[in-house]
Design a protein around this ligand. Structure first.
Ligand SMILES: [Zn+2]
Length: 427
């Protein structure tokens, strides 16, 4: 499908090298351009692997001749995209960059590709398009395509997750925020948020100035999600697919542990000795006995080793994990004890307060009692006084009565005397 990946086998080329196929230099005779194809995957746009018939995408890794790479990276055929990979890290090649087109369809992307001299080819991620450029042209193209977006020149080796951020936070706002906290980082894409807030993945080449930042009225945590392993490349680079390398590594490490003497484990002459010592008549039983003995020995040594290890593992005080757990436990106990003390203090205080209240109420009660008694006495007094007053009044009345009688008697006598006197004078 891509002519650049095919070798022109005609010699000389009938089209005069205009056939589009690859023409190797005169002194080289490669057998083909495409050296290897691996990790073939049929996937849906959503990302899940599926059968070839339903697939939206087919992806594969290609190993090609270095001479062809430049031509392949400029291939622009509808539906075919090439991405250069770094030999050491196997991730995106640091020599190239992608400038994403803010919005627009394939036609607009194609137009931009034609009108941007630095652009090499189109890049597509689901429905988004971008232009692949050389890393040194990234800033120029970025400023031309996205004049409003802040360009942050950073070689992304680490991906961090910021959470929780305000829901609906825009890329531009986040870029401004990253600039404010003086961290050279570029917003990549929104990540899975939570009820607490949204979250964004940002790319950076160094750790943030602080692991948490207070902004937008909340504390935002910055956690490392992924780090590209860009350490020194292995000394002996084996040109093979990952699966082959894994296979080779598995067999290389699985054989013998490096710290055991290979002569003890796999002595090439051990079989020779056994054969010589065997009597010719009963070789099998002897061999089986030997194997059984060996098995017993090995089991015994293993068990002994386990037993020796067991107390060391369970009762050891030097183990850092156990130490840590003990110290944690100790701290917890201390806390519980402190809390208990506090509770006890509270309880004694409450008790004291209660007895005080009881005493106060008792005093009140006795006061009321004494008052009641006094009241009784007072009542008796009042009653007695009443009676006395009554008797006094009665006697007073009697006195008054007799006095009045006397007075009336004397008055009547005087009146009678006057009457008789008058009669006598008239006669
Ligand atoms: Zn040709």
């Amino acid at each position: 499908m891509v002519p650049a990946l095919r070798l022109c086998r005609a010699s000389p080329c009938p089209d005069g090298t205009r056939c589009g196929f690859y023409h190797p230099p005169v002194d080289e005779t490669p057998d083909q351009v495409l050296q290897e194809v691996w990790s073939r995957r049929f996937t849906l746009l959503a990302g899940s692997t599926c059968e070839a018939a339903q697939a939206d995408l087919f992806t594969a890794f290609l190993r090609i001749l270095a001479d062809v790479a430049a031509a392949v990276l400029r291939v622009n055929q509808t539906g075919i995209y090439f991405e250069p990979r770094d030999e050491a890290t196997r991730s995106a090649h640091p020599g190239y960059a992608v400038v994403w087109i803010p919005q627009g369809d394939a036609d607009r992307a194609l137009h931009l590709l034609r009108t941007t001299p630095e652009a090499m080819a189109l890049v597509r991620l689901k429905s988004r398009y971008g232009l692949r450029v050389q890393a040194k042209h990234e800033q120029t193209v970025h400023e031309a395509l996205r004049p409003n977006a802040e360009f942050v020149q950073v070689r992304i080796t680490q991906i961090y997750r910021l959470h929780p951020l305000p829901h609906g936070l825009q890329r531009a706002t986040l870029a401004k925020f990253l600039k404010e906290i003086k961290w050279r980082a570029r917003p990549l894409q929104p990540s899975r948020g939570s009820s607490e807030g949204a979250s964004w993945n940002v790319g950076a080449s160094s750790a943030p100035p602080t692991p948490s930042v207070h902004a937008f009225g909340r504390d935002i945590l910055i956690t490392l999600v992924k780090e590209h392993n860009s350490g020194p490349a292995p000394t002996c680079l084996l040109a093979a697919s990952r699966r082959t390398q894994r296979h080779i590594q598995a067999h290389a490490t699985g054989a013998v542990k490096p710290d055991t003497d290979p002569w003890l484990a796999t002595d090439p002459w051990s079989a020779y000795h056994a054969k010589i010592a065997l009597p010719a008549t009963k070789p099998d039983t002897k061999h089986i006995d030997e194997v059984a003995q060996k098995l017993q020995d090995s089991v015994r040594t293993e068990v002994l080793k386990e037993i020796q290890n067991m107390p060391a593992a369970s009762g050891s005080t030097s183990s850092p994990i156990v130490d840590q757990r003990f110290s944690k436990l100790e701290a917890g106990l201390q806390e519980v004890r402190a809390q208990g003390d506090q509770f006890q203090k509270w309880f004694t205080q409450a008790n004291q307060r209660m007895t005080q209240q009881e005493q106060a109420s008792n005093a009140l009660k006795s006061a009321i009692d004494s008052q009641q008694k006094e009241l009784g006495v007072l009542r008796q007094d009042v009653q007695q006084t009443g009676i006395q007053v009554g008797t006094q009044l009665a006697s007073l009345r009697n006195d008054l009565g007799s006095h009045l009688d006397d007075k009336i008697d004397s008055a009547m006598q005087r009146f009678e005397a006057l009457l008789s006197k008058k009669q006598r004078t008239e006669d």
